[in-house]
Design a protein around this ligand. Sequence first.
Ligand code: SAM
Length: 356
Amino acid sequence: MSASNANIVAMPDSNKYILSSDTSPRALQDQFGRQITYLRLSVTDRCDLRCTYCMAEKMTFLPKNDVLSLEEMLTLSRAFIERGVRRIRLTGGEPLVRKNILWLIERLGHEIDAGRLDEVTLTTNGTQLPHLASKLYSAGVRRVNVSLDTLDPTRFSDITRRSKLETVLEGIEAAKAAGLKVKINTVAMRGKNEDELPDLLSWAIKNGLDLTFIETMPLGEVDGVREDDYLPLTAVMPKLESRHTLSPSNKRTGGPARYYNVDGTNRQLGIITPLTNNFCDGCNRVRVTCTGRIYMCLGQDDHIDLRAALRSNSPKRDLNNCLNKAMGLKPKGHDFAMSDGKMIGKVSRHMSQTGG
Ligand code: SAM
């Protein structure tokens, strides 16, 4: 057998690969023994908002030819499913501004019907939900995360550089009415929405929504100074606890969040603290950009180009080889941290490029 026909297998605790004669696809497992069962797939780098911490006002978006077609994204998704991925989250950019996105979602819904996938979810800014929520439900989506950093229209315009709060709130209502479970994601920012975080939690509880607060991360250049926005969630917790009784939950999703039950309600609060405390040990995910680059970690630059494999003469074999190689590159954790008031571990890609 030639080396090109062999699987390259990452060995635990080593960056070395051995060649195996077994060509059957196997479950994805990284060099630290973590099973990869979750794919975040960015379907576009474009967005209809310009959140100040995410993008610069003037972004240069990718030429359309560089972006994978929806058919290619389906082939890619199926390659991951064959290797044991059970959950796929579509993200971006704004996934719901990608033309014909329902085509892909419906096909992933068929994978759920066939028992090959557990769920397809989305992270969205909510602006397209008023007209798409029920179509998403019909296509097989049951949960969406909606990003919302403030309930104040002026602040919303300042943070997102667009005046669409009302549409987003309509979108959340439309999602609930369609039967979708909605979780709110809020980036906590010093001086921007800091004073509003307890109100946001109370609003979420009142509206039957779970909520996760996220520390801002040093991803890509933006117009301001990142450190100015940084708000450690350790400083926010006492303010939340003065209003609600929060009990730590055992819930683990293989992601970076830690959860609290909000006593007296059925709601949960999530906390994502990449700078004050990372929880990478149980990481179960990889990210693929809309150009087909696989990143094993949000906070690292190592990546592999799956597009070349996808467009080769033997896409199945080449994709599997790339995925094996990728497993050997997944780091133990990211390097984001604060040091002397400065963010360290910065990466040059924006979140909208990697897929949030
Ligand atoms: N457009 C969709 C949305 O708004 O949810 C999906 C993409 S967006 C990049 C995904 C998530 O990343 C959003 O919740 C956003 O707030 C978050 N995000 C973007 N840049 C971030 C940063 N530098 N630090 C922390 N979170 C960030």
